[in-house]
Design a protein. Structure first.
Length: 580
């Protein structure tokens, strides 16, 4: 018996302490929705547990009655605080009307008056006596008619609030569903223990144990679900106000949540929570199966449908286990239309420029040849400069047109066996005169046997030309440019162009292959050469990257496929020497 008494008192002490901590924590979170009524609720719970504990420790009847009255004083406040909290937490109102609070308080205040005047009329309890054996002595009251009114009102308020939370549970995502379940279980546990005892279903009062369990459960709720830091009301207000579509799916790609914007984007008219995404949006479900982390575009089935850009973010729980994915959908139809219009205008303009520029270049070359015997040195220099600039202009026009063809898929690849040593030798020979102007040494380092590459020979040669041209621009005077190729893995070649220039700052390396990015200001450039290289290699299913540190030059590396790796060659071996 003493052990039971000690356990009950310990449970009540734990419940009191935890309830006070939670009340203080909620009070600090005001004016977050639900924080003030939750603080009032937990303060009343702590008073209930403390008064019950002091009632157990009292020996005399008068002392037990005093603390019993305080216990009921706390119980009277709880139903009002409970309904107040539920209304704010579920977003029914930011602050309940005073009339509602006053109306709800009429019966509790009447109960309070009846309780303290009960010795004269016996409406709350008719008789009170002591029962049990020391040290476990408890009150044994005979309740009056008003006690039934008090119990009915209390549990009716608890039922109404619980029903409202269950309805709210159906409208929120899985994160807030667990939050609501934990919250309701923690807040109603003391009442469940009290109900079992009052109804005579258990010989032992389980209320103290319920207080301790409730406190521990609510403390875990406060720490894990960040009590009042993230409320369902605030979450719904933010997510529902977004112009972008927000979809949340679980690990089985079933719909967990969709904001109004996403519901308008879904092909299905009335999506249901829990419905598989493959039924709602098959194309999106297929792309999601690819497990891609990069944003992707979801092209329309027809011209009348919009194009969406989809960003996928994983959702983890507190144990870092994957719980689902959040999909952010943006309608990029207008942007795509503007880009298409801009590209069409640019392509048309550049296409119209190519013919007159080609004619001008042909005329300059003819004029240069005709005037060579009689032209003065100044005239020759002027003609050379004009011819060079016109050639660069024509090259830029061709690059722009080729980039547009690559982007639109209208530049078909003519794949064949490509002997890299021969291709590299041609490129280096074509750049000898430019390299000599800066006293540069061009060299290549290739293995004795090298598989033939499977690629478009013309486009691949232009890629190497662009990389060598770029290296000559930025190499130090008197330096060296090295081309190398190695076999890497099954069916893959790696080709590298290395210069000993000033290097590339880290902050621009990630954008170096974008269009119109020039990288360094020392030399002029169109900003299209590296972009062209990237697009050509991506069209081959390969990639290109740069490795550089300031002051240590730059190395541009790209991959190629073996000829035999594609089933289109026999792995021809080409002998080569290391030449300068």
């Amino acid at each position: 018996m003493e052990t039971v008494y000690t356990l009950q008192f310990t449970f009540l002490l734990v419940g009191t302490a935890v309830a006070l901590v939670l009340a203080f924590r909620a009070w600090l979170r005001r004016p977050a929705p639900g924080s003030i009524p939750f603080a009032v609720h937990m303060l009343a719970v702590s008073l209930w547990a403390m008064a019950y504990g002091l009632e157990l420790t009292s020996v005399a009847l008068d002392g037990k009655l005093v603390w019993a009255n305080f216990k009921y004083l706390a119980q009277i406040a709880l139903p009002v605080a409970w309904l107040w909290f539920v209304r704010e937490y579920t977003g029914r109102t930011a602050r309940p009307p005073r009339r509602m609070l006053l109306a709800l308080s009429i019966l509790p205040l009447t109960t309070l008056i009846v309780l303290f005047t009960s010795p004269w009329h016996g409406f709350f309890w008719q008789t009170v006596s002591l029962a049990g054996v020391p040290p476990f002595i408890y009150l044994q009251p005979v309740y009056g008619p008003w006690y039934g009114v008090h119990v009915t009102f209390t549990y009716l308020c608890l039922l109404i609030g619980s029903v409202q939370l269950v309805r709210h549970w159906q409208q929120v995502n899985y994160f807030f569903r667990w939050q609501i379940v934990t919250l309701v279980a923690g807040l109603l546990l003391p009442w469940a223990g009290n109900l079992l005892h009052v109804a005579g279903l258990t010989p032992l009062d389980l209320t103290p144990l319920a207080f301790a369990l409730s406190g521990l459960l609510l403390m875990r709720f406060a720490l894990r679900y960040r009590l009042f830091d993230i409320s369902p009301v605030a979450h719904r207000a933010v997510v529902h106000s977004l112009a972008e579509g927000v979809l949340v799916v679980d690990n089985q790609h079933r719909l967990v949540e969709a904001n109004p914007a996403a519901r308008r984007m879904l092909p299905t008219a009335d999506p249901a929570i829990g419905q598989p995404l493959r039924q709602l949006w098959p194309r999106l479900a297929e792309r999601l199966q690819a497990e891609t982390a990069a944003p992707f575009e979801l092209s329309p089935d027809t011209a009348a449908q919009p194009t969406y850009e989809v960003t996928v973010s994983p959702l983890f729980n507190d144990r870092r286990a994957l719980q689902g994915r959040l999909l952010l959908l943006r309608d990029v139809s207008e942007r795509k239309a503007q880009e298409a219009l801009r590209d069409d205008m640019t392509r048309a303009m550049v296409h119209d420029l190519r013919a007159p520029v080609s004619s001008a270049l042909f005329a300059l070359q003819m004029l240069k040849g005709d005037l060579a015997p009689v032209a003065s040195p100044d005239d020759t220099l002027l003609l050379d400069m004009t011819t060079t600039n016109t050639e660069r202009t024509l090259q830029l026009i061709n690059e722009i047109l080729d980039i547009h063809r690559l982007e639109s898929g209208r530049l078909p690849l003519s794949l064949s066996h490509v002997a890299l040593p021969d291709l590299i030798a041609r490129v280096l020979a074509a750049h000898q005169s430019r390299a000599a102007q800066k006293q540069l040494r061009l060299r290549h380092t290739l293995p004795p046997t090298l598989p033939a590459a499977w690629a478009d020979a013309g486009l691949l040669e232009r890629v190497v030309q662009n990389l060598v041209d770029n290296a000559i621009k930025f190499a130090a005077i008197g330096g060296c440019i090295t081309l190398s190729a190695v076999v890497q893995g099954a069916g893959t070649l790696c080709v590298t162009v290395h210069d000993d220039g000033p290097g590339i700052p880290p902050e621009i390396q990630s954008t170096l292959f974008d269009k119109y990015v020039t990288g360094r200001d020392k030399e002029s450039g169109s900003g299209l050469g590296l972009s062209f290289c990237r697009m050509v290699l991506e069209a081959h299913g390969q990639r290109i990257w740069v490795e550089s540190q300031p002051g240590h030059g730059a190395a541009f590396t790209f991959t190629l496929a073996y000829a035999s790796a594609n089933g289109s060659g026999n792995g021809t071996q080409i002998n080569t020497d290391d030449t300068d």
